[in-house]
Design a protein around this ligand. Structure first.
Ligand code: NI
Length: 179
């Protein structure tokens, strides 16, 4: 297993639409194991494949935060979402240090394949439901900052500009190292 490098905003890979996983083979199993290790190392509750630079529809979610049993969801879809919504603070491993309030369905039913290829249904509410919605959004290039309400937008803008500056600086340093 290996800890993968987590792509940070505004890396363009975070805006790309991911493609379905067609065959669950050893490469996918290894990616799942590495993503779990990467998420746990970063103390996250979810991680989507595009965040480690892989454009596949696959996410890891800690749906049981008490026992920390991360699930691998392959080709996940939100099949149902409750009309009841919650607004709560949310963060993302691709936005280090940034948190903002986001409104999401309180309860969702999610369908996904597991590593054996079986389709499994998860009914979750509260924090795990928030995490699943957040991670599935990543697969369509949708980021939590897109869902922040108007009252938080101004302070968010400054934080995003800081991340953009840091990203551009890191990219310039990397390009200077090229021969
Ligand atoms: Ni995220």
């Amino acid at each position: 297993m290996a800890i993968l490098s987590i792509r940070r905003y505004p890396d363009p890979v975070l805006r790309a639409k991911a493609t379905p996983v067609k065959i669950i083979n050893d490469d996918i199993r290894r990616l799942a194991a590495d993503m779990i290790e990467t998420m746990q190392d970063a103390n996250g509750v979810g991680l989507a494949a595009p965040q480690v630079g892989v454009g596949l529809r696959m996410v890891i979610v800690d749906v049981d935060p008490e026992n920390h049993e991360p699930r691998v969801l392959i080709n996940p879809v939100v099949a149902k979402r409750s009309r009841e919504k919650d607004t709560a603070d949310e963060g993302c491993l691709s936005f280090p240090g940034l948190r903002s309030k986001v409104k999401r369905a309180h309860c969702v039913v999610c369908e996904a394949q597991n590593l054996d290829g079986d389709i499994t249904e998860y009914q979750v509410e509260g924090l795990p439901a928030r995490a699943i919605q957040h991670e599935i959004d990543h697969l369509d290039g949708m980021l939590f900052v897109d869902k922040v309400g108007p009252s938080d937008r101004i302070s968010l803008k400054e934080d995003l500009e800081e991340l953009e500056e840091a990203y551009n600086l890191a990219r310039d340093v990397a390009s200077e190292r090229l021969p």
